[in-house]
Design a protein around this ligand. Sequence first.
Ligand SMILES: Nc1ncnc2c1ncn2[C@@H]1O[C@H](COP(=O)(O)OP(=O)(O)O)[C@@H](O)[C@H]1O
Ligand SMILES: [Mg+2]
Length: 289
Amino acid sequence: MLSILRVENLCFTYGEGTPFAQKALDNINFSIEAGEMIGVIGHTGSGKSTLLQHLNGLLRPQSGKVLFNEMDIWEKPKEIRNIRFKIGICFQYPEHQLFEDTVFKDVAFGPTNMGLNETEVKKRTRIALNSVGLGMDFWAKSPFDLSGGEKRRVAIAGVIAMDPDILILDEPTAGLDPRGRDEILALLKSYRKDHNKTIIIASHSMEDVANFADRVMVFNKSKLVMFDSVLNVFSKAEQLSEIGLDIPQVTQLFIRLKEKGYNISKNIFTVEDAIKALISLKEGGMNDA
Ligand SMILES: Nc1ncnc2c1ncn2[C@@H]1O[C@H](COP(=O)(O)OP(=O)(O)O)[C@@H](O)[C@H]1O
Ligand SMILES: [Mg+2]
């Protein structure tokens, strides 16, 4: 299979050559296939945001390469703008960048910027707003009158409206209450299901990552230390704990229950899985899925 996105020997240091040099990415290598949903976890300062900004050409590698459909995105630096349309990024706390006087105009900003005609811009804007669950009654509102979770959804719609092949989100649920968080994760999952897009999400929440990701990248001190399925990554609880990452509480609970002799799986990552396992335990069934 061809990879949609591949990173080779990527290194980046902020303030290189100054007394304040700070290494952020140390020889990163991976490849992602079209349609995958990837979680990126790691402690604050481990390099997640720096990586994401390289993936759509906001930062240029000091050494190494980023390949989109096997083409070096920096081969023709003048065309990097087109890469940014194909690989859309939603920054952390994107609501700080909302600035238009209506929700509709804010979401229309990206596609307008791409040079699309007005009919196409409006069509994409409507589709994007609907796909984040903001129906017509929101369109004329000021973004500033919305709740935190709604603002976040406007910002995500702004990227979706550009119809990128790859959607990148940097901590999309940071600072939201559990309901706002669940809404964002649910909409990203259904967007992925409906459009079969490749999605890359950085998160500091192991629960969130377990909830949406096919594969997980684990960063520690500028290095990519694991890249595997949720199951395989979370099975390495000890290793994760050494780098300050704890597996989800529900998983810890199931490991404890298993140790107490209950016939259940240790590989429970979400509350949904936990409920199913408990019901099946109560019914006397074997559960080792
Ligand atoms: N604009 C910047 N200038 C200087 N150092 C930075 C800048 N942004 C990040 N860093 C440093 O680079 C490293 C990686 O940071 P970052 O990519 O933001 O990690 P994360 O997103 O995982 O928190 C950290 O040591 C951080 O302090
Ligand atoms: Mg970050």
